[in-house]
Design a protein around this ligand. Sequence first.
Ligand code: IVH
Length: 737
Amino acid sequence: MGNRLKNRSRHRPHGIDGRPVRIGAGRRPGPLSVVDGMMPIMTTPAAVIVDAAAYAQAVENAVSAAAAYYEGGTSPLDDDTYDRLVRGIAAWEAEHPDEALPDSPTGKVAGGAVEGDIPHTVPMLSLDNVFSAEEFMAWTASLNRRIGREVTRFSVGPKLDGLAIVARYSDGRLTRLITRGDGIAGEDVSHAIGTVVGLPERLAEPVTVEVRGEVLMTTAQFEYANEARTGHGGQPFANPRNAAAGTLRAKERLYTVPMTFFGYGLLPLPGTDGPLAERLAELPHSDLMSLAAELGVHTSATTAVPESVAGSPEQVLSRVKEIAAERAELPFGIDGIVVKADLAADQRDAGSGSRAPRWAIAYKLPAVEKITRLLEVEWNVGRTGIIAPRGVLEPVVVDGSTITYATLHNPADITRRDLRLGDHVMVHRAGDVIPRIEAPVAHLRTGEEQPIVFPEQCPRCGSDIDTGGERWRCAQGRNCHLVASLSYAAGRDQLDIEGLGATRVVQLVDAGLVADLADVFALRHDQLLGLERMGETSTGNLLAAIAAAKEQPLSRVLCALGVRGTGRSMSRRIARYFATMDNIRSADAETMQRVDGIGSEKAPSIVSELAELAPLIDKLVAAGVNMTEPGATPPPATDADLDGRDTAGTPGVDRPLTDMTVVVTGAMTGNLEKLSRNEMNELIERAGGRSSSSVSKRTTLVVAGEGAGSKRAKAEQLGIRLTTPDEFATLVADLLK
Ligand code: IVH
């Protein structure tokens, strides 16, 4: 491992005097206290290194990540993970100072990763970091002490998350672009001239100067870059920074990808005429930046977070807050705020260390990017029928909150970015903006990744999908919801209308014959016969099934309405408690809570959804749909009468399962063979019992059919009574008639 890879300076914590500080477990154990409302920064704990071998491995990993970071494109570690690793390394070195490796990223040699052969006129230094308002105040205090007076003019601007670059202008003409390299010499990347927005090939005046700044990709440029790259068979860049680094250094390209430059420094070059050189040396930083802008160089001045002058450390802090608040909405990445002593005299008196100037500091913001894995893609249908993919992620903490989902926009976007299931992906989350997947980290692929399967039918209603636009849409559009809810209502566990599957529902909706559930009950023979693939027999069968559905018990009618929180078993409980739809509809939230399993949260939403459904329910009543629960008695009017009320069934009817909790498992046979699990549960409840799906100490009876497995074993283990389906059928024989 070469010495040149020694340090990834961005990540290396340094003291406020520019000297490296010892870091390790416990230095910054958790949230820092908050001063003046500044956001505290959660810093992840150091990686734990247990022995010399783990230490050597950690150093190797950190060194290669740092090299990748500088060389552009493919660091396998995100910033947080890298920081954690380096802290762990430092902690281990603190305990074993004699065993520290010369390659360690905590080493004292300043500089970046890649040496170039173009010497810099003045070294390109890095910046020290602070992470909180307190640390910033300590830095200003030490700066004041060092220069023997108070700094009262600061410039405060965004810390752009790109790569440092030097642009040399000779008589106003752009002659050379050089990377930072190791800070002493950099690489010639003049081939990129013409592709960097904001660095004009000619300045407004024929001056000989050096402009320093950051080159990066805006969000739009990054998207374009990855589109172009994957379109040419390449692998996508993980994030805009890597994309800028990779693009800047690539000499031969079949296509051009633009980047954007932001100037943050203006210096004389050999050849700068005397008076101008003197002027540059005396101008405050803020004036230098205005001059750069006048010459035609792009700076932060034209962005939503322009660099500005602050008169006190407190003003700096409030400006820091403002910039941090804008971060999520910016069209380019920032990873902090740079604060500089603005006056040339203050800068001169403060001086610089070997690694960083003492007159400037980076106020770091929390990382907004992390690498995690894409586990699944879900397809959700919105109200207008738009089918939107959403990535399910291995949970990852970014900036203090756990992310499990990220937007994926549309199928074309997935294809463009060549995402696969199981991919490591770079996720970005800032502020309250929905997290987004930036790109797969292509070099971390194992070959096990699977293609993302796009739906062929609408995942909600089963209709065709209109794939004509970028965003896919259910062919039913806004009616998708109607198709889905009617198919659900007609399902076996609800109204059980055989012959009314999703395809038939789509036909009926398309033909304008039904616009709600009640319309199903008004369908006429001639209307149905007119539909494609509907002959006499199927028409007759469907009408008979619809007629039979009118006689379904209230519990199933209620379930068919699809009120949130009232699935099959809850619908049965409600129907049995209230006995009639009128009783249900006149219940307020408090009354609703008398039903077992309905609490203070669910009750009001059920009551209000039922109120919204009033017109539909009225229409169903008018169509002759049954609205009573057989065998149930209405509740008494007053609370006093409630005590001891048995809501499980009708007094007087034989209820052989009273007070029993019954679990059904395996295949039913004999008289029970045709019953779905839901129908078995209905039977149990009609017989006075409670149905449950899992065996526990509270279970009183397990009906175990053929193929029963773990539930049967558990019942045996707990000594719970077991019956065969036939024995059970005998037990409830009266109710099966
Ligand atoms: S001034 C003498 N201003 O951050 C140091 N640097 O972490 C002069 N950076 O190497 C740097 N935005 O590449 C300065 N507004 C800004 C910046 C900025 C980003 C980069 C720069 C530097 C690195 C240090």
